[in-house]
Write a protein of this length. Structure first.
Length: 559
């Protein structure tokens, strides 16, 4: 019995020894495998867990008005990132994070409990104060990476012009067109962490180059005032929208480009959803109506076919092919000087000039010379070219001279009247004055009118603002004003839309030596439709403020 028991013990010992031998053999084989076949991949994995390449964003450049008042700035922010593999108490940590950042608890709990991921972006562009509050909790598994967020401190001022800087890319406006100089160059650094995920060393490999500041031609005071006046105008006339441009005719600098309804630039996503982000002055086209008559009359003046004192017999109506042209006010046959035709905005008199002296070829020439049908080249994305007639019928010579059957942009009109104000010299309109550290860009210039023709036009346009003209409401005490009204019915897919008009006034002041050109256009006013009644009063309010703000001296005695 003892011998049998001893034999059994020996068998068990031999079996145990065999198991131990096989185990050590397997371990040796595994060690050899890890040290040879898997060595490189495991080393890379270990390195990736302790050494991480991070990108440090460059601070975006500031956009300011011409005096340096900030319109768009970058503020420091923090991206909060979590590694679920290092979070020991997901429920507890989720409650802390939810309380600090005002987030929902359950989605955080699910994210922190997911051990298949080592990267969870908890909060993007968090405020530094809240990020610091979480950091003070000293929770394991959370890292804090520098970021920034875009803020528009003036709120509604110039919002459609500025556009918006989204989380990762610009969304329209100057933020898009200036992105090349605003965004800078991000830096790169290697961050080394210990086993608990805490940063123990940072190695910079590429320094941050912050974006460059940009100074606009805009004057934030003039811009804000124009927006306020347009808001009142839209409310008074129950209009669909309204646009205003204030421009220095000598330099092409845009001092204001306003529109209403407006919106807060910090609320761009909501404004975009409601269709408020399109810049009407640059992107929209409309039939100009009588403000276009300066093209017809200046063309005939330039060809020396007429003078301001040339007399025309103007009947009560004029048939042109299948159209019958009327004036706004009913009258019998009259004899009018050219200056009276412009002063009273006579459709019939203007068409007589076009039919007798310009014809199709002359009108096409002068429209192209003034720049209609092509972009002005303003430094803003998405500029429209306008629309010129694709073909000419018998009645076209009766519609185009008075601003029908042709579509323009507000910036085209403002630049044309600026050329008349600037001794016949057209200067490219622009919104950017200069980029910090760089000289101001040189603007394109071209002569539209021969010397002297511009002066004749300005003298005639002064009559529009006189007691006998169509824009008495545009007059400003102490200052001479020259300008033109326009009232145009809006076209639709099947002809003109009944009851829908665009009322416009474009003026220059002081007319003796213009320093400002101001355009006001009101879309679909109710009650009154004429540019002299709807748009001219807004011009007077905007221009009066600007003259005082810029300290431009009067050029006439105050009566």
């Amino acid at each position: 019995m003892t011998r049998v028991r001893a034999k059994l013990v020996n068998q068990r010992l031999r079996l145990l020894f065999l198991v131990i031998l096989l185990t050590f053999g397997a371990l040796a084989a595994r060690t050899a495998y890890l040290q040879t076949v898997r060595a490189s991949s495991l080393a890379a994995a270990a390195t990736s867990q302790t050494r991480m390449m991070l990108t440090t964003p460059a601070m975006r450049g500031t956009i300011t008005d011409r005096s340096g008042t900030p319109l768009a700035i970058a503020q420091p922010a923090v991206d909060v990132v979590a590694d679920p593999l290092q979070i020991a108490a997901p429920a507890q940590d989720a409650r802390v994070v939810a309380r600090i950042f005002g987030l929902r608890y359950k989605p955080l709990l699910r994210a922190f409990s997911n051990h298949k991921s080592q990267y969870v972006l908890v909060v993007r562009q968090a405020s530094p104060a809240k990020a610091a509050a979480l950091q003070m909790k000293k929770l394991i598994g959370f890292t804090f990476q520098p970021d920034q967020r875009r803020v528009y401190p003036q709120g509604t001022v110039a919002a459609p012009l500025l556009g918006y800087m989204g989380v990762d890319q610009p969304l329209g406006g100057l933020e898009t067109s200036l992105n090349g100089v605003l965004h800078g160059k991000p830096g790169k650094e290697i961050v080394v962490r210990d086993a608990l995920g805490q940063v123990v060393e940072t190695q910079q490999t590429q320094p941050v180059v912050n974006g460059t500041n940009v100074f606009l031609t805009l004057d934030s005071r003039i811009q804000a005032n124009a927006e306020q006046i347009l808001e009142q105008t839209v409310w008074k006339w129950h209009a669909k929208d309204a646009t205003a441009i204030v421009m220095d005719p000598r330099t092409g600098a845009i001092l204001a480009m306003a529109q209403e309804p407006g919106y807060n630039a910090n609320s761009f996503p909501q404004a975009y959803a409601h269709g408020l982000t399109v810049d009407h002055a640059i992107n929209d086209v409309f039939e100009p109506g009588s403000v276009f008559k300066v093209v017809t009359i200046s063309g005939a003046l330039s060809q020396h076919d007429i003078t301001p004192n040339t007399v025309f017999t103007v009947p009560g109506s004029l048939r042109v092919a299948d159209r019958v042209i009327h004036d706004a006010e009913v009258h019998g046959t009259e004899r009018l000087h050219v200056w009276q035709i412009l002063q009273r905005s006579s459709n019939i008199g203007t068409d007589e000039i076009a039919e007798r002296y310009l014809h199709e070829s002359g009108l096409k020439y002068w429209m192209h010379r003034f720049g209609f049908g092509k972009p002005t080249g303003i430094d803003f994305p998405g500029e429209s070219s306008g629309i010129l007639p694709s073909y000419w019928s018998g009645s076209t010579i009766g519609t185009v001279p008075i601003g029908q059957g042709v579509s323009v942009t507000a910036i085209q009109l403002a630049s044309v009247y600026s050329a008349i104000a600037n001794n016949g010299l057209w200067v490219q309109p622009h919104l950017v004055d200069h980029v910090a550290g760089q000289a101001s860009p040189t603007m394109r210039k071209r002569r539209i009118l021969a010397p002297g023709i511009d002066r004749e036009l300005r003298n005639m346009l002064r009559g529009v603002v006189s007691d006998q003209g169509t824009a008495v409401a545009a007059s400003i005490p102490g200052y001479s004003v020259a300008g033109k009204t326009g009232t145009a019915q809006k076209p639709g897919p099947y002809g003109y839309l009944p009851g829908k008009y665009v009322a416009t006034f474009v003026g220059m002041v002081p007319a003796s030596k213009p320093r400002l050109v101001v355009l006001v256009s009101v879309d679909e006013p109710q009650g009154e439709i004429y540019g002299g009644l709807v748009a001219a009063p807004a011009f007077e309010q905007i221009a009066s403020f600007d003259l005082q703000d810029l300290q431009i001296p009067p050029d006439m005695p105050i009566k």
